[in-house]
Design a protein around this ligand. Structure first.
Ligand SMILES: [Zn+2]
Ligand SMILES: [Zn+2]
Length: 160
């Protein structure tokens, strides 16, 4: 693996917008925190709410672990692309499990693996609608349930 060590990565910390960190520094921090788990190399440092590995140094967030290993291996992430985990393990930082894809392609891949809503209703053509400017995928059965509960609680309030 040849390392493109003189790349820089945009800071992910509030207050440090516009700052860049040396990818080599991030990779050095990551290197001794990776642990093999099945096929994956899982980051054993800080994990954020979304399940991604976060590289920290002296209280500063340098960025996401998998972005560092991606850049160190393949070079800068092309403009407008985001990094997708082919293994679907977000804490994994193994470069050959990562691929730069468009946001649209990334969403499509997530949709293909998540065939049902959180309440177990299938996302088929009849049961799916898209909401808001980001075209979030929504479940119709759940939306009807929510509307029904809202209606009933409104009625209870009215008769109380
Ligand atoms: Zn992996
Ligand atoms: Zn549902």
């Amino acid at each position: 693996m040849s390392l493109h060590t003189h790349h820089w990565i945009k800071a992910a910390t509030k207050g440090l917008e516009g700052h860049y960190f040396d990818v080599a520094l991030g990779v050095a921090i990551i290197a001794y925190r990776l642990e093999a788990s099945g096929d994956c190399l899982v980051y054993k440092g800080t994990i954020d709410a979304g399940g991604y590995g976060v590289v920290m140094t002296t209280g500063k967030t340098l960025g996401m672990a998998h972005r560092f290993t991606y850049i160190a291996t393949y070079g800068p992430i092309p403009d407008g692309l985001e990094i997708d985990h082919l293994c679907r393990n977000r804490a994994c930082a193994r470069p050959d499990h990562l691929e730069a894809v468009t946001h649209f392609e990334n969403i499509q891949r997530i949709w293909r693996t998540q065939t049902h809503c959180v309440n177990g209703h299938e996302f088929n053509a009849e049961n799916t609608y898209f909401y808001g400017p980001t075209r979030q995928r929504k479940c119709r059965v759940c939306a009807r349930e929510r509307a029904r509960r809202y209606y009933h609680s409104a009625q209870e309030r009215a008769t109380a």
